[in-house]
Design a protein around this ligand. Structure first.
Ligand code: ZN
Length: 259
């Protein structure tokens, strides 16, 4: 039960980050909208599909194993489709990269384990690892997902869910470069616990990256990386995972289009 991967937020809060960059001066305005407010925003781009990334266009599944696209849920702004490649992936690093203490070594091992699934997914969508978190599309942070207590509706009791070892969030923001129209984008944060073994860090990273890349749902088969629960022998990325990813990237979205 360590890796209970619960990914959907009960109440979607959308951070629209308006970045006004003028030379050296950057002003960031964070505005949070509820789902209802977001739907009422005027001037959202229409739902449109982006061209299929070449890596996915080239993917042909000779096994005919199908997909689990029916389990993937679109967001209020359409499917979580990235449109500008390579995607910038930031992996948290120890402050002292040359540290030789036991905790530094554990941190380094965590980084090495996380980089493997980044490499695996980059076969299917171009990814580049960046050194700075700022401007990264996907940030993978060495952190335990917070416990979120909830109230049982019928009894009013406080419930503490089981600890999770990984989770992925997304947020929306608007970016405008000088002389170009404002564009609606998303970015993802993946929290990946430091308490896992190397194999489970890889498995959890593979699973969460699948979500961050657009598979916002779970497979019912344990032979897929996006299976909803942790398994004893974590599978590699499967043809069904890629078939599903390819279908996601053929779907319409408001993300990546100008306002
Ligand atoms: Zn999941």
């Amino acid at each position: 039960m360590l890796l209970k991967l619960i990914l959907r937020r009960r109440r979607l809060l959308v951070a629209l980050v308006l970045a006004i960059c003028t030379g050296l001066l950057s002003i960031f305005i964070n505005v949070q909208f509820s789902t209802a407010e977001l739907e009422n925003l005027s001037g959202l781009p229409p739902l449109q599909a982006h061209p299929l990334p070449r890596t996915l266009e080239q993917w042909q599944d000779s096994t005919g194993r199908g997909d689990y696209f029916s389990q993937v849920k679109p967001t209020n702004l359409g499917y979580l489709v990235w449109s500008e490649f390579p995607l910038k992936v930031y992996v948290e690093r120890p402050l002292n990269a040359a540290g030789t203490s036991a905790s530094s070594r554990r941190f380094q091992q965590w980084v090495e384990a996380v980089l493997q699934p980044v490499q695996e997914w980059s076969v299917y969508l171009p990814l580049v690892v960046v050194e700075q978190r700022e401007n990264a599309d996907i940030a993978i942070l060495r952190s335990r997902p917070p416990l979120r207590p909830s109230f049982k509706r019928d009894t009013g009791e406080l419930q503490l869910p089981p600890a999770r070892s990984a989770e992925t969030h997304y947020e929306f923001y608007i970016r405008q470069a000088a002389g170009t129209p404002a564009v609606l984008y998303h970015r993802c944060n993946i929290l990946l616990s430091p308490d896992l073994s190397k194999e489970y860090i890889k498995a959890a990273g593979r699973h969460e990256l699948g979500h961050a890349l657009g598979i916002w749902g779970h497979s019912p088969l344990e032979t897929d990386a996006l299976y909803f629960s942790q398994v004893r022998n974590p599978p590699p990325i499967s043809p069904r995972d890629i078939n599903t990813l390819k279908r996601v990237y053929q779907q319409p979205t408001r993300l990546g289009w100008p306002l």
